[in-house]
Write a protein that binds this ligand. Structure first.
Ligand code: UDP
Ligand code: MG
Length: 338
């Protein structure tokens, strides 16, 4: 008998005592419709909740052997909780979803379908934002900035509600990032990435666990993890200062030699200081380039990710591609005549 594929549902939890049972019920009801083809498991990570979340999780885990729950010793943050969930997931596909019902669990089925059709990553892209103006505008600015300066294309308007194939999971876990920005890491890993547009809802109960401080940290992890731009800023500033200093210098030299203008010694000194300041910025940039390389090394991301391999044993789905022997012959004869 063929073994069923396993879907892992990873749920980070921070003070969600009233939301956990709802998410568990609704998601289970959806997943049970797939029972003919798939097994499923829930992995809840309690990120140091101070309410009764852990009691609720213990109860659910005691009643359902498809549920495992882990509790952090304190609050380590959403991304750390997701990473912990990922590291325990045994599924062929792994779905990460928030505990607060903002992400519609019904979408999991659609994600699985897309995955079965060949997608390796399926993002739920939000087409509405139910957030307040401050959160909306800060998110807009952050994504715009990240888009501009990031070394990889990180999709906009996606949260951590997504499905990833186990091979993408292996790549993500292989990265030794100590301040992971998972949206970036998943985008960076490559493979076939697809989207489902959907509405996000208001949280079912409780309050957001994302304080401004946590949001700023996440944004900073995103920027420093995926862009060398902040380090290169010193180079741009230095070049601008040197350029301005040179223009002023040429102006002063021109008027000294052609118009006989006498600039005061302090003006020449100021001019020299400006040029030296520019040089200093360039030196800081040079230092930054080396620090950047150490930073890249420390993150321990693989140099490349292999997606496919072809050899004699691989199944040939490309029978329609015929390598013309005649063209190989023509190439050989061409070579021999030259
Ligand atoms: N969360 C977490 N640790 C935190 C903050 C949040 O594990 O320090 C969880 C939270 O329980 C939820 C998900 O991460 O399942 C998203 O957090 P939240 O809903 O508070 O963020 P928002 O949707 O307001 O951005
Ligand atoms: Mg939320």
């Amino acid at each position: 008998m063929e073994t069923k594929k396993l879907i892992s549902i990873v749920v980070p939890v921070y003070n969600e005592q009233d939301n956990i049972p709802v998410l568990y019920e609704v998601a289970s009801r959806e997943l049970i419709t797939l029972a003919q083809e798939y097994e499923y498991e829930f992995i809840f990570i309690d990120d140091g909740s101070t309410d009764r979340s852990w009691d609720v999780l213990q109860k659910i885990a005691a009643c359902d052997d498809r549920v495992s729950a882990f509790s952090f010793s304190r609050n380590f943050g959403h991304q750390a909780a997701l990473m912990a969930g990922y590291s325990h997931a045994k599924g062929d596909a792994i779905v990460s979803i928030d505990a607060d019902m903002q992400h519609p669990p019904e979408l999991i089925l659609e994600m699985v379908r897309k995955w079965e059709n060949g997608a390796d990553v399926v993002y739920a892209r939000k087409i509405n934002r139910k957030d307040n103006i401050a959160k909306k505008s800060s998110a807009f600015l952050f994504y715009k900035l990240l888009d501009l300066i990031s070394d990889v294309k990180i999709p906009r308007n996606v949260s951590d509600f997504r499905l990833i194939d186990k091979k993408v999971l292996a790549v993500v876990l292989d990265c030794k990032d100590k301040s992971p920005y998972l949206r970036g890491l998943v985008a960076w890993s490559g493979f076939r990435q697809e989207f489902i547009d959907c509405h996000y809802f208001k949280r079912f109960s409780g309050q957001t666990g994302y304080t401004w401080k946590k949001m700023f940290k996440l944004a900073w992890d995103g920027i420093t993890g995926f862009s060398m731009f902040p380090l290169r800023l010193a180079a741009y500033i230095g070049m601008m200062i040197i350029f301005a200093g040179m223009v002023a210098g040429f102006y002063m030299l021109y008027h000294t030699f052609t118009g006989g203008v006498h600039f005061m010694l302090v003006t020449w000194l100021a001019e020299a200081l400006v040029l030296m300041l520019g040089m200093q910025f360039l030196m800081v940039w040079l230092l930054g380039e080396y620090v950047g390389r150490i930073h890249r090394q420390e993150k321990g991301r693989p140099l490349y990710v292999v997606a496919k391999k072809a050899d004699k044993s691989s199944i040939v789905k490309t029978a329609h591609i015929k390598i013309k022997k005649t063209s190989v012959k023509a190439h050989k004869s061409k070579k021999s005549t030259t």
